[in-house]
Design a protein around this ligand. Sequence first.
Ligand SMILES: [Zn+2]
Length: 330
Amino acid sequence: MVHTVAGQRRIRTCFPCIQHELSEPQGKHGARRDRKYNGGMNAPIGIIGGSGLYRMEGLALDRAEVVDTPFGAPSGPVHLGTLDGAPVAFLARHGEGHRFTPSEVNYRANLWALKFLGVERLISVSAVGSLQARHRPGDLRLVGQFIDKTRHRQDTFFGGGLVAHVSFAEPTCGHVSKALLAAGRELALPLEEDALYVCMEGPAFSTRAESRLHQSWGADLIGMTQVTEARLAREAELCYACIALVTDYDAWREEEEGVDAASVLEVMHANVDKAQRLLRAAVPGLAAAARTCACGEALKAALYTAPEQVPSDALQRLGLLVAKYGYGTP
Ligand SMILES: [Zn+2]
């Protein structure tokens, strides 16, 4: 179902409609076959912008879509267009005007909307604190591993009658991360790979004791959002990579005053320019490259519930993710 609201298209998603659209010219509830980005074809790269990155420079905007998902409303409209010729879907994580705390962001709706609009590879951009002296404010890092300390958020699509346990040993996509690293080296950006990221709940920053504890674990970075996006991207079978923008030294250094939001914002704005340049350098090549990693089959051996045992409401909610494995198909 497509509504037009103040120049933006609003899509009310209905799983039977999606199936219908993919197989027939007209959806039975009136959804249109000419919807350019539906069906996993035309917006293979998704970008989620974090603090400071609320719009993607260079994105030739085709339109903005407001998607109503089975998990509620995303943070805002998804901006669809081309970035230097490559189809891209962009979403601001915290909403336009930065309205949602890390605990309030509806990660499930965000990821579901991007999947629905055809995204296959997701690049997430996020501000972080540094837990080690070698990661300096102004540096960019690609995340390789996570420690999850979140407490108050929904971080799985599954449950309610359909159980899945995805492999999460390697939470980021090596192919996408390598492409970003190569582009960063071309541009001579201060970029390194394979950082260990502690994801805390927030919204307050760490105490000094917590910061030192995280440092003693050997962690590199601390942030408030990325492990949740990574988990859901894996469940949605999206490639996922995180560009972490180092804004401060968290609270572990004696000589620092501790983190305050004003100094974080200042460095962050300078970092956003580097992130934009990195994305513009990497995305066209990535969009043209074949997807040879295993991310697109993450659910293949992960679905534990027999298809005939799954309640119909769970099939409605999760069909976008699991229909290809024989769940809910006629
Ligand atoms: Zn991948």
